[in-house]
Design a protein around this ligand. Sequence first.
Ligand code: C2E
Ligand code: CA
Ligand code: CA
Ligand code: CA
Length: 279
Amino acid sequence: SKDEGRDCFHFFTEQMQQNAERTANLHAALKLALDSHAFELYFQPIICLTTNKIIRAEVLLRWEHEGKFVSPEEFIPLAESSGLIVDLGHWVRQESMSFLLTLQETSPDIGLSINVSMYEFWSHSLQDNLINSILNIALNLTAEPFPFDMLTIEITESLLMKQHNHLIASLQKLRNMGIKIAVDDFGTGYSSLSYLSHFPIDQIKIDKSFIQNSDHSIKQQALVKAITTLSHALDLNVVAEGVESVEELEFVRTAEIEAVQGFYFYRPMTKASLLRLLD
Ligand code: C2E
Ligand code: CA
Ligand code: CA
Ligand code: CA
């Protein structure tokens, strides 16, 4: 049994070393990827349940590395730990805002929703950087006023834990430009709904873990309905993520949630596919 213990230990260290190596390799590859344009943006439509029309699309980053897609769940944390997320985020915003102007020509009612990492809100100067990067991109793209009102920024709930005045001021600046603020993955963090009333936000996105199999759980349904009712009382729009089945869609309708996103409607798609879909 002593030997068994040693084997077990041996196994774990080997596994850990393999993980560390993969992380180090991905780190280096990420840097190269940004320079060599190996990233691509995909778009997942968001549908209004009163009109059944597409109102927006969420921008989702894709990285093809050695012939395979690496999940953003894996590479975003790496980009954050190396600080590369600032340049990567800038690239995402540059490409998204440029594409928004293209969309405006044929589909002026369709907005884009962009994920911004918590890391970019970490300090005062990072927050100022973020706002300046958005303003500069807009200035470089067009001499006309930029349609900021068609942009949503998605931040995660955990960001709201650090209730600093500067964060509130930064979010307010973005809103004053016309940008909408959404709280992503709502329900997975620790913030309460009363917390939300302190922040300048427009929308919450209920995390897919609350929507999936919601048709099987009365308690889950009660929770989603309560979140939605309170959000509406706070004048916030509600989006349900991860709707995969007609049963989940029916539930989302009865909860009076106004917009949905999920594989039941569309999977994330390329720019060309989105343009074709909207045509
Ligand atoms: P997220 O912001 O919560 O994005 C939604 C994720 O749910 C996407 O995964 C999307 O493909 C997936 N999804 C949408 N509908 C369904 C559904 O019906 N069922 C299921 N099972 N999944 C669904 P994806 O594209 O793999 O992105 C994962 C996460 O990576 C995102 O979660 C976001 O946190 C992060 N991410 C993606 N793009 C960016 C980016 O440009 N910047 C930053 N900072 N983070 C990003
Ligand atoms: Ca998101
Ligand atoms: Ca989400
Ligand atoms: Ca997520």
